[in-house]
Design a protein around this ligand. Structure first.
Ligand code: HEC
Length: 222
């Protein structure tokens, strides 16, 4: 009998506590310092910060790690200047060419075709028009131009700057130059032997390695 009374009392108390809770509002915090952060919240508003916002813009002129500034503008003049000045900094090694072909087949072949004649799968299926051949005599297709259009895109061609890193873009450029030579019947780029320097050094010297430097940095951080 005693037990039944106890059980009933507990039940009533339980129902009473649950029934009045207002669901639209946060419940009681029993130990607030377990919930309220001591540090600043990333997007919190605090008076101490300029603009009263914890998350601030990076200082002007700062660049992300592993990213290299690209100084040619996204304009016709910028493209002409890149065509006139920019040269592929990578040596023509088999490894660079192989990776260039691999990346090209992933990102470019669907429009430009595996041979670069402008006959990609999307063209054959009539999904896109106006893809030029790399041997188009009306265009100046060279190192700088190929790199530039990968950075910014050109009309219905999109930018590849976020999908590829600097080294990959130059490897793709190398492969495109070879495709162009094959289409025009001129000799392919002359392959030089792999430089015989340790990996890390080679990457620093070429200055065109994004991923490598990233790895390097993370290791130093630990
Ligand atoms: C969605 C289809 C598409 C893809 C994918 C594409 N392109 Fe293009 N590309 C075009 C079109 C369209 C043009 C012609 C743009 C124009 O002149 O209006 C073009 C033009 C070019 C040109 C000539 C630029 C010049 O100066 O005349 C080059 C070089 C080129 N693309 C390289 C690439 C490379 C390298 C990739 C892969 C990273 C790529 N394209 C991926 C559609 C594509």
């Amino acid at each position: 009998m005693k037990y039944i009374v106890k059980i009933v009392v507990v039940l009533i108390a339980g129902v009473a506590m649950v029934s009045c809770a207002e669901k639209g509002k946060p419940n009681y915090q029993y130990m607030p310092n377990m919930y309220e952060p001591v540090g600043y919240e990333t997007y919190g508003n605090y008076e101490v910060f300029p603009g009263q916002m914890e998350a601030m813009l990076p200082a002007e002129g700062s660049i992300p790690r592993g990213w290299q500034p690209y100084e040619y503008d996204n304009t016709n003049e910028g493209r002409d200047l890149a065509k006139a000045e920019l040269k592929n900094p990578l040596p023509v090694t088999q490894a660079n060419l192989d990776n260039g072909k691999k990346m090209y087949d992933i990102y470019c072949a669907l429009c430009h075709g595996g041979q670069g004649a402008g006959q990609g799968i999307l063209v054959k299926n009539e999904k896109i028009l106006g893809i030029p051949s790399y041997a188009d005599p009306g265009r100046v297709i060279n190192d700088g131009g190929i790199y530039h259009v990968q950075m910014y895109g050109l009309n219905s061609m999109g930018s590849y700057a976020s999908q590829t890193n600097e080294e990959e873009r130059w490897q793709i450029t190398m492969h495109v130059m070879n495709l162009k030579a094959a289409l025009e019947g001129t000799p392919a780029l002359e392959i030089v032997p792999e430089p015989e320097i340790a990996e890390g050094h080679h990457e620093e010297e070429s200055g065109a390695e994004d991923h490598g430097n990233d790895d390097h940095d993370t290791q130093e951080d630990h």
